[in-house]
Design a protein around this ligand. Sequence first.
Ligand SMILES: *Cc1c(COP(=O)(O)O)cnc(C)c1O
Length: 403
Amino acid sequence: MIPFSPPRIDQKIIDEVTDTLKSGWITTGPKTKRFEKKLTGYAGNKATLCTSSGSAGLELMLRWFGVREGDEVIVPAYTYSATANVVEHCGARVQMVDIENDFNISLPAIRNAITEKTKVIIPVDLAGFPCDYNAINALVREEKIRDLFNPATTAQKKLGRILVLADAAHSIGAIYKGKKSGSLTDISVFSFHAVKNLTTAEGGAVCLNLPEPFDHEALYKSLCIKSLHGQTKDALSKSQVGNWRYDVTEAGFKYNMTDIQAAMGLVELERYDEDMIPRRKKIFEIYDRHFSSCPWAEIPVCETAMKRSSFHAYLLRIHGVTEKQRDMIIQSVFEKGVSVNVHFIPLPMLSHYRDQGYDIHGFPVSYDCYSREISLPVYYDLTDEQAALVAETVTGAVEEILP
Ligand SMILES: *Cc1c(COP(=O)(O)O)cnc(C)c1O
C-alpha cells in the first residue's frame, strides 16, 4: 500500500530529538526560542510565536483581538473544520463564503459578507497556494469598509479595521509577489501537524506582521504570557536562581510548544527550501506530465506569474464526474493499493455545521470542487516510480468508472 502522507523521519530528526531528551529541558526552552527566530528569518515577518498546534495559534489570536459573542468572522466554506471551530470557541458567528476555482476564498464573496459585526477574515491558502493577499489587504483598508468596523477592544481600536488572519496551515514556503507566506498579511498561522509539509508531530506558529503602531516585541511577550496560563515567567526563567516568584495576570491558555517539537522543526526548516520544496515540486511535475495527456483531468494550478505554491497537496479534479462516481474512483484506487484523500469535505456538508442551518446549495463552487476532487499522495519519501504508479493507478480507475 502506498501511504498518503507519512512524515519524514530520518537519523537527523532522531538525533536532534534525542539531544533534547538528554538535555534536561524538554518543554518550552532554548530550542523553541531558536525555532521562532529561524521562522521569522525564513518567512520575513516581524515576530513569531510557536504554539502547540495551528488551531491553538488561530484561537489565541482571535482571543487576543477580542473576538466574542455578537461578532462575525468570515471563513471559506472549503477548508478543514479547524478554521471555523476556533471561531465558535470564541462564541462568534462563522460567516461562510464560497471559493473560486483555485480552491481559495472568493473576494467578491468576502465583500458581500462583510457587515458591521465583522471582526476578522480568515483566508486559507488551500493546498499551499496563496490567496490574493494584495486584494484582501486592500479590501479591509477601503474607507467604506473601515467605516463599518465597530472596534470594541484595545487591539481592535489600535488596528481600526477588520483583521486579516491567514490560515497558512498548508503554505509555509509558498511565495506571493516575491514574499513568503507568513509575511503576506497582518497575522498568519502555520500548522506543523504530522501530515503538513514541515512537521513537529503537532505544533504551529503565529507569524506577526501587523502595521504601525503595533510593537511586535511587546506583543510577542504578551502572547507568551497568554499562551502559558497568563503566567509572567515561563518555567525556564523561573528555574533560574532568585527568579522563582511569578504573577498571573490573566486566565491564559496552555498553547506553548515543547523543545521536543522544536527540535524536529529546526531540522526540517534548515533543509526545507533546498530539499523538501524541490522534492514535492518534482512529484507534482510527475503528476502534471502524466495527467496532461488525459482529457478528463483538471490539473491544479501551482505556479503563476505572481504565486508559487508550497506544493502541499495535489488536488486533481476530474471533468464530468458526479460525487458518487468520484467516490467509486477513490474506492477502486484504494483497492489497487494507493491511499488517496479528499481535501476537504466543505463545512456545510458536515453535520455540526449542517445542523446549524448552513446549506451546501449556497456554496456551488465549493461543492463543484469537492465533488470532482481527489488528493494524491505527496511526501518526501515518495519515489518517482511510486508517483508514476499512483498516476497510472488513478488513470486506470477513472477510465474504468467514467462513462
Ligand atoms: C491542519 C489544518 C489546521 C489546523 O492545524 P493543527 O495544527 O492540526 O491544529 C487548520 N487549517 C487547515 C486548513 C488545516 O489543514
